[in-house]
Design a protein around this ligand. Structure first.
Ligand SMILES: Nc1ncnc2c1ncn2[C@@H]1O[C@H](COP(=O)(O)OP(=O)(O)OP(=O)(O)O)[C@@H](O)[C@H]1O
Ligand SMILES: [Mg+2]
Length: 489
């Protein structure tokens, strides 16, 4: 055989490409992808360190005839737009972000979100460099989508001052919404769903002051925190952190500030340490600060992995686990290609699960030990404990003298640093007094007049609190029930 001048065309058709690209992504995830880009933009402005997130804002509008997202996160440099940003897929030589913990890795998120939503879009951006402002826009039109060829997209310059953006940032405006999309955007339930997804997924950034608004309402973060006492011998969460090469895994498992779980016998209104009663029980998994999973209580995170860990049930609603993976190379994170789910088959995840279960075990035993004791008995131990997010909790616990730290070299010759703290082994958890018989709570109702009558008889006052009256009645009967008294009577 020898080559001829004939060739067989082997490029994807646009229609096929667009339908494949958008098929498996949910509309809300496509929107989260666009927010990821804003955060990556802010991170690039941080020059390798953590930026001051409180300076950044994203405004999203979901309307029945358009979608828009606007940020002040630095914009897209013109060179990046020309060579990378509008390509479908990242070039292997694109190592722009090798020094930052950005989450962008495939080079599709922005385009996929636009195609998912509608048929006409304009990406307008302003990036400033060396004191020079540069605003331009890139339209993606229905005509371009329908054309058979893959012509490059135009870059349009502003002709009037008012067409320029006021600050460095990016604005994406999508019209000709696809039918299902317009319906979703007009539906308040969908807007709520997106808001919840954002408050969970970007909880860390929102805590750090990053602002996200949807249709004018700012999104509040969920709380994922564990209680830590500042005392060296006070109760603290289980902690494990390992840095190996450029990947850091941090784990903490502890008590949250939730009220006692539903269906618990010892119903008691007070929270641990009297803290606010907001909590996220179960496991939260963070990857480069994005919460990939929030409050998982399934087999995925080890619950029900018998015999070590029982299935989740309300007794464990006070337990919160947080695990975080950080890597400059986002491909090393155990996330699926959508970045909203865990890649549970990854070696890194399976290895971490062993430590997660070790941490869960501590608190499963703890809640078992305290199962038949009123919560108020534990409260004094937890009084000074503060709810802290993962990094602060680890910092606080790692500073204790009893925390174990070690450095080693792995097989590949890389440094491995670990920090470990097991509150059970270190004896910092309160134990119920063994001698004390376990208690049961008695609750019953009687007509007000009857309670007042008994109160008057016992205390010569009809208005003593009903609980005290009931308690006194019980004490009288108890005296009678004691064997010695019985004999006498
Ligand atoms: N809001 C934004 N601010 C700054 N730069 C942006 C913004 N949106 C997109 N970009 C630029 O456009 C590029 C392409 O974005 P896109 O989401 O398509 O891919 P990616 O983020 O590189 O990878 P992934 O597909 O994993 O998200 C980004 O790498 C970034 O340089
Ligand atoms: Mg992206």
């Amino acid at each position: 055989m020898k080559p001829s001048t004939d060739t067989a065309t082997a490029v994807p058709t646009k229609q096929f490409f667009v339908s494949m690209l958008t098929r498996d992504i949910k509309l809300e995830d496509a929107i989260l992808d666009l927010i990821d880009n804003c955060l990556d933009g802010a991170l690039r402005l941080g020059n390798g360190g953590k930026p001051d997130y409180s300076r950044y804002l994203v405004k999203i509008t979901l309307a029945k005839d358009h979608f828009s997202i606007e940020d002040n996160c630095g914009g897209i440099p013109r060179e990046v737009a020309k060579n990378y940003a509008f390509k479908m897929g990242r070039e292997p030589n694109d190592n722009r972000d090798s020094d930052t913990e950005t989450i962008g890795m495939y080079g599709v998120g922005m385009k996929r979100a636009i195609f998912k939503m509608g048929r006409n879009a304009i990406v307008k951006t302003r990036h400033d460099k060396d004191g020079n402002q540069d605003t331009y826009e890139v339209p993606i039109t229905a005509a371009w989508l329908d054309a058979a060829n893959w012509d490059p997209l135009p870059i349009n310059e502003p002709t009037e001052a008012k067409e320029k953006l006021n600050a460095p940032g990016t604005r994406i405006y999508v019209t000709d919404l696809n039918e299902g999309v317009a319906r979703h955007f007009a539906n308040p339930a969908f807007v709520n769903e997106v808001t919840t997804a954002i408050s969970q997924h970007f909880t860390m950034f929102l805590h750090w002051g990053f602002k996200i608004e949807i249709n004018g309402e700012s999104v509040k973060p969920v709380h994922v925190e564990v209680l830590v006492s500042p005392r060296e011998d006070g109760p603290a969460p289980y902690v494990f952190r390992k840095t190996s090469g450029d990947v850091t895994v941090s784990i903490t498992v502890g008590l949250n500030t939730s009220r006692r779980a539903e269906g618990d016998d010892n119903e008691d209104d007070a929270d641990f340490a009297g803290q606010r009663a907001s909590a996220t029980a179960g496991w939260t998994v963070l990857c480069n600060d994005r919460a990939v999973i929030v409050g998982d209580k399934s087999r995925l995170t080890g619950w029900g992995d018998l015999p070590l860990v029982p299935l989740y049930h309300p007794q464990f609603a006070v337990i919160t686990g947080i695990i975080e993976f950080r890597a400059k190379d986002a491909k090393k994170l155990p996330v699926t290609t959508t970045k909203r789910a865990l890649d549970a088959s990854s070696e890194l995840w399976l290895e971490s699960l062993v430590k997660m279960k070790e941490g869960m075990r501590v608190w499963i035993s703890y809640t078992n030990d305290w199962k038949n004791h009123p919560r108020s008995d534990q409260q004094s131990y937890w009084q000074d404990a503060q709810p802290l997010p993962l990094s602060k909790a680890i910092e606080a616990v790692a500073a204790r003298k009893t925390a174990k730290t070690s450095s080693a070299i792995d097989e590949a010759g890389g440094d491995v640093e670990t920090v470990e703290f097991n509150p059970k082994k270190n004896n910092v958890l309160p134990k119920p007094e063994e001698k004390k018989p376990s208690s049961k709570r008695i609750v019953f109702s009687r007509p007000v007049e009857e309670v007042r009558a008994v109160s008057k008889m016992l205390f010569d006052d009809p208005d003593v609190n009903a609980g005290t009256v009931g308690d006194e009645c019980f004490k009288i009967q108890l005296e009678l029930a004691k064997p010695s008294k019985k004999r006498r009577s």
